[in-house]
Design a protein around this ligand. Structure first.
Ligand code: SF4
Length: 317
């Protein structure tokens, strides 16, 4: 049986509007409908001026990605019924972190440019100066890149990424996912160069918010992929940067004390000279009683933490 549902849709026509606004619609919706089916019905029967993108209707092309009740999702894979049960209405906005062209249509140019900037093709290994012309890949090696090969370039991760919002040099999760697909491809010969480029392109600026992993319609887990790439960059010797120094200082502190020495973390990350410049801030923190202690004792059961750390490293977890 159909149900009346309230849709609040962001509208913007660059020829008439200075800024976007929400327009409300009420529509009779069948319980099995997707948000995309409702949008098509709205456009066909209620308001022909509504603009949005769509193509395959099957979660493959990625073109119908929009923000639904505050989160970027594929409209074709989102059930109206589920959204109504959680939020009572359906609020629809265009993807974030990209300029809006009209209503729910964004300009994807920046996103595509940054994806292309990762050199998304295999740069084959050379064998005694000769290019390897044929290189079969084992199922085990193919498994390593299976997930990251499934990206459909929908930009649902990019849209809600707070690191990208505050730092335009940070590429955004999808470009790191795409890089992973080539970095871990055994046929590629540019692993270190690719990792170096990612370090230069701010991969250590990821804030671990997990939004990309929650949003990804392909269950790729971009957040975990970013962590794996950072780890690989350290293994490849790319350690002279703030991110790697931060991670290594953190690790040393846990090994030594069983916990994090917050006072030494900035020193290990930025070095004494850069930290000295922040002395006025440290003095303020001291007088407010917020400066963490410089000398830390080993925690009780420190050996258990050390054992855990050894297990993680031995099993490469
Ligand atoms: S990583 Fe997932 S959310 Fe991001 S573009 Fe690829 S498919 Fe979309």
């Amino acid at each position: 049986m159909s149900q009346k549902v309230r849709f609040k849709i962001s509208r913007f026509n660059p020829e008439k509007d200075k800024k976007s606004y929400f327009k409300e619609y009420e529509l009779a919706v069948q319980p099995w409908e997707s948000v995309l089916e409702s949008l098509i019905s709205l456009r066909n029967n209620v308001d022909a001026s509504l603009s949005f993108r769509q193509s395959c209707k099957a979660g493959i092309c990625g073109s119908c990605a929009i923000r639904i009740n505050g989160r970027a999702k594929l409209a074709c894979k989102t059930s109206v019924h589920d959204e109504i049960s959680k939020f009572g209405e359906i609020k629809i906005e265009p993807l974030g972190n990209l300029p809006v062209l009209k209503d729910l249509v964004v300009d994807m140019e920046t996103f595509y440019d940054e994806m292309k900037d990762t050199n998304p093709w295999i740069e084959a290994k050379k064998n005694s100066g000769k290019l390897i012309e044929e290189h079969r890949i084992s199922p085990k090696d193919a498994d390593k890149i299976e997930k990251s090969s499934e990206c459909i370039w929908c930009a649902a991760c990019f849209s809600d990424c707070p690191s990208r919002e505050s730092n335009k040099k940070y590429l955004g999760p999808a470009a790191y996912v795409l890089s992973h697909r080539y970095i871990f491809d055994v046929r590629d010969g540019k692993k270190k160069e690719r990792l170096k480029k990612l370090v230069d392109k701010q991969i250590w600026a990821c804030a671990h918010c997990e939004r990309s992993t929650e949003n990804c319609p392909m269950d790729i887990e971009p957040q975990e992929i970013i962590s794996k790439l950072r780890e690989e960059s350290i293994k490849e010797g790319l350690i002279h940067n703030d991110g790697a120094r931060h991670a290594r200082t953190f690790e040393k502190s846990v090994k030594k004390y069983g916990g994090l020495s917050e006072a030494w973390l900035p020193v290990g990350t930025f070095g004494f000279i850069r930290v000295i410049k922040e002395l006025p801030m440290a003095i303020k923190l001291f007088f407010k009683g917020k400066l963490p202690p410089f000398f830390m004792k080993k925690i009780k059961n420190h050996e258990e933490i050390s054992q855990l750390e050894r297990n993680v490293n031995r099993n490469n977890l």
